[in-house]
Design a protein around this ligand. Structure first.
Ligand code: S3P
Length: 174
C-alpha cells in the first residue's frame, strides 16, 4: 500500500465490514483487525456487557484510543465498529491517511439484519423507527469515505472484488 497506510472498512452495523474485510485480507495477503474484537479481547468482555456494565461513553473512549492505535499500523485491513467513524479524531485520521471504504446497503436490508441483534446494544435498545433515523443520519457521515461499494444485489465475492479493484486503482494512481 504505497499512498494510503491501511484499508479501512466503515458502515452501519450489519454491513459486512468484518466478513468482507476478512475475504479481502486473504486475497491481498494483508493482516486483518476488527476493532470490536480487539476491544473485547483487551477488556475480556463482550461489547453488550461493556455497554451494560461500563456504559456507552466508556466504550466510545476505549474505541477511540484503540482505533487510533490500530491505525498506526502499516498495510493492514481494519474493520471499524459502526459508530467509530462518527468520532471526529478517528474520522480525520482515516480521511487524511487511509483508504476508506463504506459498505453501502439499502436501509431496509440493514434494518432487517440488525433490529433484534442481541450482540449489538445500540440496535437492540432502539425501536425500528429510531434505527431507521440513525441509519439516515449516519449515512451522511459514512458518505465522507473516499470510496463506497453499493452492496445491494451483489454477493460477498463481488463486493470483495470491487474493493480490491479500488485498492489496485488507488495504488496505480498515486
Ligand atoms: C456500534 C456498532 C458495533 C459495536 C457497538 C456499537 C454502533 O459494531 O461497535 O455495538 O454504534 O454502530 P458493528 O458495526 O461491527 O456491529
Amino acid at each position: 500500500m504505497k499512498s494510503k497506510e491501511n484499508i479501512v472498512f466503515l458502515g452501519m452495523m450489519g454491513s459486512g465490514k468484518t466478513t468482507i474485510g476478512k475475504i479481502v485480507s486473504q486475497k491481498l495477503n494483508l493482516d486483518f483487525f476488527d476493532t470490536d474484537d480487539e476491544i473485547e479481547n483487551k477488556l475480556d468482555m463482550k461489547i453488550s456487557k461493556i455497554f451494560s456494565e461500563k456504559g456507552e461513553s466508556y466504550f466510545r473512549k476505549f474505541e477511540e484510543e484503540l482505533t487510533l492505535e490500530l491505525l498506526k499500523k502499516k498495510s493492514v485491513i481494519i474493520a471499524l465498529g459502526g459508530g467509530a467513524f462518527l468520532n471526529n479524531k478517528i474520522r480525520k485520521e482515516i480521511l487524511d491517511n487511509h483508504l476508506s471504504i463504506w459498505l453501502k446497503w439499502d436501509d431496509k436490508v440493514l434494518l432487517d439484519r440488525i433490529k433484534d441483534s442481541h450482540k449489538r446494544p445500540i440496535a437492540f435498545n432502539s425501536t425500528k423507527n429510531d434505527l431507521s433515523k440513525l441509519i439516515k443520519k449516519r449515512s451522511n457521515i459514512y458518505s465522507k469515505a473516499l470510496y463506497y461499494v453499493n452492496c445491494n444485489e451483489i454477493g460477498k465475492k463481488e463486493i470483495a472484488d470491487r474493493v480490491i479493484k479500488i485498492y489496485e486503482n488507488n495504488k496505480i494512481k498515486n
